[in-house]
Design a protein. Structure first.
Length: 59
């Protein structure tokens, strides 16, 4: 298996955020802020992924 492959565990709850151009803050900050999302669903997530152009850029 390649080092860059993401293999989630069945108990993982992943939320993905489509991130545009990172302008005002770094990628971490853009992934954790500025989203309109149902807070109850977001709290269930164990991992957040930043997606840029269809590719996971950060875990």
């Amino acid at each position: 298996m390649a080092d860059n492959q993401l293999v989630p565990h069945p108990s993982d709850r992943i939320i993905c955020f489509k991130v545009g151009k990172v302008k005002r803050e770094n990628l971490y900050e853009m992934t954790r802020k500025y989203w309109k999302v149902n807070i109850l669903r977001a709290r269930k997530a164990t991992h957040a992924l930043a997606i840029i152009d269809g590719v996971v850029q950060a875990l």
